[in-house]
Design a protein around this ligand. Structure first.
Ligand code: ZN
Length: 490
């Protein structure tokens, strides 16, 4: 039996007529980007698993926040300074009244109207973070409000958001490690260091506070139906890959500890440009550090940015092993980007392993087009799909990139020629491959066969199963929403 036919029999939980109606409607509108956007915005989505808080909130939100606070502007660089005082001419209040200044900052903080010149898109993108990061550090809950409201408006259910509530203070403890010869000695020192342990506790507490404050700002306690309240949010603590070795080690220990201690942090990640010497040279060593720590914190989930590289930016030798080492050495459970897969040594074997281990790839089409030039036929999305590697669509940094998750779905249809069935699989994947606790609703996540307990949703065994698994509860909610959405086209 063909895979598509098998999918239809197993997947849908609705009549073949309803399935035929929704797919017929999709076929009718797929070449109309506006109708497609409206359809896909309404389509229930599992959510996003690759989302940077700092780059996700739209710069407009940060600029509006900055305009109401006593910050200073460095107009030469397009930066904001949140400490100290300055003349009235340099006050951030001017952002509210000076349109030219506002536009200058909006362009400095995003790819709005960007054209390559002195800077490439990649350089402009990564430079933006340091310009607005002081605003992020003081306003994370306000920014998360923007993020969750936009996600809710697109019918998303869940987000894994990358943030470091200690503002990377953990890295500074690397200075304590310079006389220690082995990783075991370094770890032992940090585990005994009171200040380092206090930083872990601070990270955990601040992360929890951000989530609570966000729900309070959204008004979820008074009105659980308020916009944004329907989206479940969890964090990943990320490690900066361009740090010197000891700083990288200290930040990594902080990451593993925070994810081990706090239910708000469901995993760890590795970020920053991958194609610069500061990231390329230590790559193998960094995977060894993750391997060392994973053995000591085996329950911590790991998703790594890996293979966000292009042949035009690095020598061929650097394209051959990043995804492999992330999977085989760094215990990576999900790959962020994975764009250079076809340059990897023995790529076919590698994707076979990824398929067998259910290692998903977080695909960010807009980001990949801007930052590594992978678009349309040059993007490896279909290579992964042909090898049954699970795919999850995400935005990466929707605020800087001027996109949203619906737009990524539209791109997947218009540029990658995916159909409704492909998108439905991907929207389910966003929960199946999430780091939410609990067993998955799917016994076989590739063809969506439910676990034995939930062959009937009304069975007592299924109610017990759902009560015990947060992941399965959200999956069941998504199934209900999808069934309702599809039935509305009958
Ligand atoms: Zn990313």
């Amino acid at each position: 039996m063909k895979k598509a036919a098998l999918f239809l029999l197993l997947c849908c939980g609705l009549s073949m007529t309803a399935w035929a109606d929704v797919t017929r409607y999709f076929s009718a509108i797929q070449s109309d980007p506006h109708a497609l956007y409206a359809f896909l915005r309404a389509m229930p989505k599992g959510g996003e698993l690759h989302y940077h808080l700092a780059g996700g909130a739209y710069p407009e939100v940060m600029l509006n926040l900055a305009a109401t606070k006593p910050y200073c502007l460095d107009t030469a660089t397009g930066s904001v300074i949140t400490t100290g005082s300055c003349s009235a001419a340099m006050s951030s209040h001017n952002l509210a009244v000076n349109t030219d200044l506002y536009q200058q900052y909006l362009k400095a903080w995003s790819l709005k109207d960007f054209h390559s010149g002195k800077e490439t898109a990649e350089e402009h993108f990564f430079a933006a973070f340091s310009k607005f990061m002081p605003v992020v550090a003081e306003n994370e809950a306000q920014m998360l409000v923007d993020v969750l409201q936009r996600a809710d408006a697109q019918n998303e259910q869940y987000m894994e958001i990358l943030t470091i509530p200690d503002d990377a203070k953990s890295a500074s403890f690397g200075a304590l490690l310079k006389d220690k010869a082995t990783d075991a000695e370094k770890l032992a020192l940090l585990q005994k260091n009171e200040d380092f342990q206090a930083n872990i506790k601070l990270t955990v507490a601040k992360g929890h506070e951000i989530l609570q404050q966000t729900r309070s700002l959204l008004g979820c306690d008074k009105n659980p139906m308020a916009k944004g309240c329907g989206v479940e949010a969890r964090f990943q603590y990320y490690i900066l890959r361009q740090l010197p070795d000891d700083e990288f080690f200290a930040m990594s220990v902080n990451a593993f500890e925070v994810a081990a201690q706090s239910p708000d942090f469901v995993g760890i990640n590795l970020v920053q440009e991958e194609d610069v010497p500061a990231a390329l040279k230590p790559y193998k060593r960094q995977m060894q550090v993750l391997n060392f720590l994973q053995q000591r914190y085996p329950k911590v989930h790991i998703s790594l940015h890996a293979g966000e590289l292009s042949a035009s930016n690095v020598p061929p030798e650097d394209l051959r092993f990043h995804i492999h080492d992330a999977v085989m050495v760094g215990h990576d459970e999900r790959i962020g980007h994975g764009v250079d897969i076809l340059h990897e040594d023995k790529a076919d074997e590698l994707v076979k392993t990824m398929t067998q281990r259910n290692i998903a790839v977080e695909v960010n089409l807009t980001s990949n087009a801007w930052l590594v030039g992978a678009k349309s036929a040059t993007h490896p999305l279909h290579y992964y799909l042909e090898h049954q590697v699970p795919i999850v669509l995400s935005t990466d940094d929707e605020g800087i990139l001027r996109t949203d998750l619906t737009h990524e779905y539209v791109k997947a249809v218009r540029e990658q020629h995916l159909n409704y069935q492909d998108l439905k699989i991907m929207t389910r994947n966003a929960l199946t491959y999430s780091f939410l606790p609990g067993r998955s609703l799917w016994r076989d996540p590739k063809i969506f066969v439910r676990v034995d307990e939930c062959q009937s949703y009304s069975a007592l065994s299924c109610q017990k199963f759902l009560a015990a698994s947060e992941k399965a509860r959200l999956q069941k909610q998504l199934e209900d929403k999808l069934a309702q959405f599809e039935a509305s086209y009958s």
